[in-house]
Design a protein around this ligand. Structure first.
Ligand SMILES: C[S@@+](CC[C@H](N)C(=O)[O-])C[C@H]1O[C@@H](n2cnc3c(N)ncnc32)[C@H](O)[C@@H]1O
Length: 348
């Protein structure tokens, strides 16, 4: 068994687009093994194959992604995302990285939430259902509009308050186009779009962000534990990890209804709306393969996070897991002092 670095075929632009900073290395290198097995929905595949298949799914669905989210959830995903940002409770100076950020839903809410805080003068613009339909603008027009915002100084670059990071450039492209009709110019100056793999954010230094969010993204990753460890690394001490993900319903009757809807309705909707059965059957299968609430909580603790909790949404159809990266001194004290009285049992 060996692990080798494979190119999963993502070509990255070599120039800076608007305030969209991309790696100039040309490709994303990730450590996926072609020998180790994993799952892609209910299928057993190699790690390399899973990474490729996930990439293909989101390339295929990108242009209809937001519309389909509204259709399949009846708009409920918007409520979950609003709750998610409320749980994060960002301050005016919070610097967030939203990983697997796709078309920007979490980042937009984060910026809009900031406008509601005292001493913010920019006008508030909340998303409307129509925002889920991206206006068709050629990528160079989007780039021109971002460039028209003006070049930012290195200091401003440092003060950007949210980075949307995703492995898939198609999803990011849709997000950047949407951002022009959803965000104010001031908000557009505070958002960065970056292509990157959640499992290997090596161009991001340790202790860089106050908050890390990942919404409906982590179950698509090959090594979920590695994603959480990377989150821990790039968060500052005191920083918060928040994950919104589909989870598990414990009530058997509700589980039955949910299964009927998932397996009988969702793939059909995918086929009828966007001619794509496979991506939507993958969606429902991947949800069933994701760890249960308690198991995922344990994984987050294993990565080093403390005060790890979760909150079920809609009977556990989705759940928000959260954890804090403590200052090393505090972490040590919780574990070692006073001798014989280990406080970490209270912090998880
Ligand atoms: C279901 S979408 C969620 C998008 C967005 N967070 C939302 O809530 O609408 C999942 C996203 O995860 C991204 N993704 C999958 N694997 C990834 C990885 N290893 N690193 C970063 N992003 C990844 C996909 O490209 C896709 O945009």
């Amino acid at each position: 068994m060996f692990s080798r670095s494979v190119n999963i075929g993502l070509r990255l632009p070599t120039k800076k687009l608007g305030n969209c900073k991309f790696s100039t290395s040309g490709t994303i290198q990730s450590s996926y093994s072609s020998d180790k097995e994993t799952h892609f929905g209910f299928e057993t595949v190699s790690e390399t194959q899973k990474a490729e298949k996930v990439k293909k799914v989101f390339e295929t669905v990108a242009s209809k992604y937001d519309l389909m989210n509204d259709m399949m959830s009846g708009g409920v995903h918007r409520v979950w995302k609003d709750i998610f940002i409320n749980r994060l409770r960002p301050g005016r100076k919070t610097k967030l990285i939203d990983v697997a950020g796709g078309t920007g839903d979490i980042a937009f809410r984060f910026l809009q939430h900031k406008e509601t805080l005292p001493n913010c003068s920019s006008p508030i613009r909340f998303t409307s259902p129509l925002d889920s339909i991206p206006s068709k603008r050629p990528e160079n027009e989007v780039e021109a509009q971002y460039q028209a915002l003006g070049n930012s100084s290195p200091e401003e670059e440092n003060n950007r308050s949210v980075v949307v990071c995703d492995i898939n450039d198609k999803m990011l492209e849709v997000g950047r186009t949407r951002s022009l009709s959803i965000l104010t110019p001031d908000q557009l100056r505070r958002i960065d779009w970056k292509q990157g793999d959640a499992e290997n954010l090596s161009d991001i230094p340790d202790n860089s962000f106050d908050a890390y969010t990942i919404a409906f993204g982590i179950r698509n990753c090959v090594h979920v534990d590695q994603v959480v460890r990377e989150a821990y690394r790039i968060l500052r001490p005191g920083g918060r990890f928040l994950c919104l993900e589909f989870s598990h319903v414990s009530n058997p009757a509700l589980q039955w209804i949910y299964d009927q809807y998932s397996f009988q309705v969702i793939p059909v909707m995918g086929q009828v709306m966007v001619g794509d059965w496979d991506s939507y059957i993958y969606l429902v299968q991947s949800i069933r393969k994701f760890p249960k609430q308690e198991d995922f909580k344990y994984m987050i603790q294993q990565a080093g996070f403390r005060f790890v909790t979760y909150e079920n949404l809609t009977f556990g159809v989705a759940a928000i897991h959260s954890g804090v990266k403590l200052y090393i001194g505090i972490q040590w004290s919780l574990t070692n002092w006073p001798i014989g009285f280990n406080l970490s049992r209270f912090t998880g």
